[in-house]
Design a protein around this ligand. Structure first.
Ligand code: ADP
Ligand code: TRP
Length: 321
């Protein structure tokens, strides 16, 4: 089973990225042949600072490896080290109806948030389809907001197969429902663009400050509180043991403890949960040559698969001799 996913290097890894996509993807690396990549071509649609893009790419490589990506098990690479994907993207774009792209929420959302409405941003789902199809991917672990892009990919692949014969595999999105939408500190979906994130590898003080800023209602210390409508409890469920969660829920209902106290406990749980990855990340950061070598080896492997698919599609479409 070929599993594939990518993350854009566009900022700090947050709890939403981790629980929505990275952790489920990392679990899957033990169940099949996983390909995971840093989607730097995609980041160019919103980031035009070369030094910053390179920095974000390096950071994301560290994040993945620190969180448990095993380069012996999974093929890990930078998207742009396999430029064949751009050629496939063009080939796919010739059979992609405009209407299919016009319906994509992500384009409209990004333009509404002030990202320039470039052709690249509009064609983003076609490049994502090329990412998925070039590796004959069957399973694509992503967060809920990427589901539509995998559906677009399926549509494009079916059109190609209809026109040119069965040359592409049809992929399935894999979405972990329990963590499909992790809330941010203000209760909206956690997202870099909303300024409501809890970044996993944030400095201790800054992270604590962010956790303490989580929105709560005006219930007093003494009063009983509702754990089912609390952001604190929702986030705590992600990082604490079931016993600790039960204890917090009981104490919410009993009253007598203020939100500040619960937030401190949430902070401690987040901090502890990522203690090992934080240590590993610091070690990896001290050895950039090793990280680069992992990415290069991954790209070599990925490129062989990509080349074979691209040749198959080129031939089927009537290109070359
Ligand atoms: P952001 O919204 O912060 O810009 P991205 O769009 O780069 O995040 O998302 C990267 C991956 O993480 C995607 O697979 C996405 O579905 C997932 N993801 C992002 N935010 C969340 C969230 N709050 N809850 C669950 N998954 C998320
Ligand atoms: N669009 C994805 C995101 O913003 C990143 C991505 C690019 C991706 N290509 C992909 C995810 C292929 C899964 C499969 O998070």
């Amino acid at each position: 089973m070929r599993i594939l996913s990518g993350l854009q290097p566009s900022g700090r890894l947050h709890l939403g990225n981790y629980f929505g996509m990275m952790q489920p993807a990392l679990q899957l690396q033990h169940e099949g042949d996983a390909f995971y990549f840093i989607a730097d071509y995609h980041s160019l649609t919103s980031l035009h600072d070369p030094a910053l893009l390179r920095q974000h790419s390096r950071d994301l490589a560290l994040d993945f490896l620190a969180c448990g990506l095993d380069p012996e098990k999974a093929t890990f690479f930078r998207q742009s080290d396999v430029p064949e994907v751009c050629e496939l993207s063009w080939l796919l774009s010739t059979v992609t109806p405009m209407g299919l792209l016009e319906r994509c929420h992500s384009y409209k959302d990004k333009v509404a948030r002030g990202i320039e409405a470039s052709h690249g941003l509009f064609a983003y789902p076609v490049l994502m389809a090329a990412d998925i199809l070039i590796y004959d991917s069957q399973v694509v672990p992503v967060g809920k907001d990427q589901k539509q892009h995998v559906e677009v990919t399926r549509d494009i692949a079916k059109t190609v197969n209809h026109l040119y014969g069965e040359i592409l595999k049809i992929p399935e999105p894999r979405i972990k429902e329990s963590t499909a939408v992790v809330p941010g500190t203000d209760g909206q979906k956690m997202s870099k663009s909303y300024g409501n994130i809890l970044a996993i590898f944030e400095e201790e003080k800054a992270l604590k400050k962010k956790v303490m800023s989580i929105q709560t209602d005006s219930t007093s210390v003494e009063e009983a509180k509702d754990p089912d409508n609390s952001l604190i409890v929702s986030l705590y469920r992600l990082v604490a043991s079931p016993e600790d969660v039960q204890k917090m829920e009981d104490q919410f209902r009993a009253g007598g403890i203020g939100y500040g106290e619960f937030k401190k406990r949430l902070f401690e749980a987040i901090w502890q949960k990522f203690e090992e990855p934080r240590k590993r990340r610091a070690e990896l950061a001290a050895d950039p040559a090793h990280v680069e070598q992992v990415l290069r080896a991954g790209a070599d492997r990925a490129r062989t698969v990509a080349r074979a698919t691209l040749d198959r599609v080129r031939h089927a479409m009537g290109l070359g001799a």
